[in-house]
Design a protein around this ligand. Structure first.
Ligand SMILES: *Cc1c(COP(=O)(O)O)cnc(C)c1O
Length: 423
């Protein structure tokens, strides 16, 4: 299955019915599973055999979605989580505890930034932020013996920074540190981080994977390309886990994925629901088609807006003059996705006038689904910040975030045009 192109994997991977079984994965809405032999259940608890016993650890519907996204990412294991935020949290907890640290790009999703800058430090896990465009030597200076992970985003939300994968793959190989990438805004259709050296891939499936604004969800994909064995940085993978009869995770074929599920999902319980896994699985069928359309629509919209006299600047990697255009040619050759940001000439009032004049495109906190939507961070998600702080966060007061949907491009552009006329 893994040799197929993403378009084929989107519709075929993850679930293969046997004769007489349902064509698509049934929603297995059951907390638990029955066994006749005590030994069979004991083997499951000992991770000696595969199967289901309690839906906090694994569920057949969730497995189908996990397997589909793992196939798309070229990974060896996928773990479905309740949300993108829980996926990020569990990925960190799998490798880091109090006294440890990890590095993160400062250009990450706002919720991720809060988790890293405020909540994890309270638990004794320090995050050291870096500018993703900084030279490797500067980023390497942040690494010490307690550094467990480097965290990045393929296309940063909302800064639209395209990741320079080669730089981070080199740092991670040199220091034998896990390289994790949040691939939410690119999706495996536009970019497969594993092909560029990433070890852990994280998704908020709430966005493009579901694609219909219908179900929250997240995933952790273990690419299966990191050797924990005898790596001093990862003693917790090389010492016996007493809560699993002395299992040594580094000895397993799927080390990270097994530890993440067996310890972190068991203890934190942030699993995806069968219902959400079903919705996301179905949504993912059309992912390749949608990403193509999101990307081509966004390119047309970016060209229209960047030439408009009322637009001060526009950020989308499809534009030749964009800072990340070169990187996107290398890492996002099939399309650059539907997310962009732009500045309206004038003050905050002008932004509000523009957004309220939109008829087709709606104002919402969401991004990356089939319907076009906008958000004005300075008056919503970032409204507590001063104008000075907004600049530092890379979110100027006149920034509008636009998530271009899959409507007809002429209709999207016509709506933007009539709203700009009212500004
Ligand atoms: C939305 C988002 C998240 C968080 O996902 P939730 O499903 O909302 O918890 C993480 N990373 C990125 C890039 C996102 O856009």
């Amino acid at each position: 299955m893994n040799n197929y192109k993403p378009d084929t994997l989107c519709v075929q991977a993850g679930y293969a019915p046997k004769t007489g079984e349902a064509r698509i994965p049934p929603i297995v809405q059951s907390t638990t599973f029955v066994y006749e032999k005590t030994q069979d259940m004991a083997d499951l608890f000992d991770l000696k055999s595969d199967g289901y016993f309690y839906s906090r650890l694994a569920n057949p519907t969730v497995s189908a979605f996990e397997a589909k996204v793992a196939a798309l990412e070229g990974g060896v294991c996928g773990i479905g989580c309740a949300s993108g935020m829980s996926a990020t949290s569990l990925a960190i907890f799998t490798v880091a505890g109090a006294g440890d640290n990890f590095l993160s790009s400062q250009a990450v999703y706002g919720g991720t930034y809060n988790l890293f800058s405020t909540t994890l430090p309270k638990l004794g896990i320090e995050c050291r932020f870096f500018d993703p465009d900084a030279p490797a030597e500067e980023i390497e200076k942040l690494i010490d013996g307690k550094t467990k992970m480097i965290f990045t985003e393929t296309v940063a939300n909302p800064a639209i920074v395209v990741l320079d994968f080669d730089k981070f793959a080199e740092i991670s190989k040199k220091h034998k540190i896990l390289f994790a990438v949040d691939n939410t805004l690119a999706t495996p259709v536009l970019c497969r981080p594993k092909d560029f050296g990433a070890n852990i891939i994280i998704h908020s499936s709430t966005k493009y994977l579901d694609g219909h604004a219908a179900a929250l969800g997240g995933l952790i994909i273990d690419a299966g390309n990191f050797d924990f064995k005898a790596n001093e940085r990862y003693s917790s993978f090389n010492e016996p886990d007493e809560s699993y009869h002395g299992l040594v995770y580094a000895d397993l074929p799927v080390a990270f994925g097994t530890k993440c599920r067996a310890q972190m999902m068991r203890d934190f319980g942030a699993i995806m629901s069968p219902q959400n896994a079903f919705i996301s699985y179905i949504g993912c069928d059309t992912l390749a088609l949608r990403m193509e359309r999101h990307s081509s629509n966004a390119k047309k919209v970016a060209q229209f807006l960047s030439a408009h006299p009322k637009i001060e600047w526009l950020n989308h990697p499809s534009l030749k003059g964009n800072k990340y255009h070169k990187l996107s040619e290398k890492y996002l050759p099939y399309g650059q996705g539907g997310m962009m940001s732009f500045g309206i000439k004038g003050d905050v009032k002008k932004c509000a006038a523009f957004m309220e004049a939109l008829k087709l495109i709606t104002q919402e906190t969401h991004v990356a689904d089939a319907r076009s939507c906008v958000l004005h961070p300075a008056s919503t998600t970032h409204r507590q910040l001063t104008e000075e702080d907004l600049k530092k966060a890379g979110v100027p007061h006149n920034l509008v975030r636009l998530s271009v949907g899959i409507e007809h491009p002429d209709d999207i552009i016509a709506d933007l045009k009539q709203a700009l006329e009212k500004v």
